[in-house]
Design a protein around this ligand. Structure first.
Ligand SMILES: [Fe+2]
Ligand SMILES: [Fe+2]
Length: 232
């Protein structure tokens, strides 16, 4: 039977929601207001250069690419194909953009003139839009080209093991930051399948923490439908 696992689309849905949300904040922020600008920049690139472990947007994007390269791209590349080479070179381009944005954001919050901050805010919006456009196109390529390629190369069990390896190496704060974007971004069927799958293998405290997060973050009507379907 052909494999059907998709390691990319659910997490990418979460990342898209994260990008859309940040994009909305970026384009409505008053860069003359130092306090709101500081809060925005913190959520954008908090500790990017230092810890790279919190839930900040640029950290999550950078870690996502690293997880793919370390756990997934190696086995895919062994079976041949130039797609992985292309995707890794896109990762390098995305990283370069992320580092530039982090640097620009740091410069922006150390700027004392409100007028200069507003001008820098326009440039930050433009750079972020370019990153987000490139990131969304990259995710689309992984979903439309890599997912079918992997379904031809691996069994569902092998792909589930890769997902498990990625989740196991994530620090809990990052895992829950990502789930906090991912769970409310999934439809009823995807959420039900995910929770049923997690319930089979996760220790009860982890399952409880994930269902509590879902109850807090997912649209209430959708969450009720998921509970009805899964019995969780
Ligand atoms: Fe990627
Ligand atoms: Fe990806």
């Amino acid at each position: 039977m052909a494999a059907t696992e998709d390691l990319f689309t659910p997490i990418h849905k979460g990342l898209r929601s994260m990008l859309y949300s940040l994009s909305t904040r970026l384009q409505t922020n008053d860069f003359a207001d130092a306090a709101s600008t500081q809060a925005l920049v913190t959520d954008l690139e908090n500790d990017f250069a230092v810890a790279r472990s919190a839930g900040c947007t640029l950290c999550v994007l950078a870690h996502h690419a690293t997880d793919e390269e370390d756990v997934i791209f190696g086995p895919v590349a062994k079976a041949g194909g130039s797609l992985v080479t292309t995707l890794i070179s896109e990762h390098h381009d995305l990283t370069r953009r992320e580092v530039e944005i982090a640097r620009a954001a740091h410069d922006l919050i150390s700027t004392t003139s409100a007028t200069s901050r507003v001008a820098a805010g326009v440039r930050l919006n433009q750079a972020a839009n370019e990153l987000f456009a490139a990131y969304v196109a990259h995710m689309n390529r992984e979903e439309t080209e890599l997912v079918p390629l992997m379904q031809g190369q691996f069994t569902d069990a092998e792909m589930v093991a890769m997902r498990g390896a990625i989740m196991a190496r994530m620090p809990p704060d990052r895992l829950f930051a990502i789930l906090g974007w991912m769970l409310p971004s999934l439809n009823v069927s995807e959420l039900s399948e995910l929770l049923t799958s997690v319930a089979k293998t996760a220790p009860p405290p982890l399952l409880k923490a994930i269902t509590e997060l879902g109850a807090a973050k997912v649209d209430p009507a959708r969450w009720r439908a998921v509970k009805l379907r899964t019995g969780l």
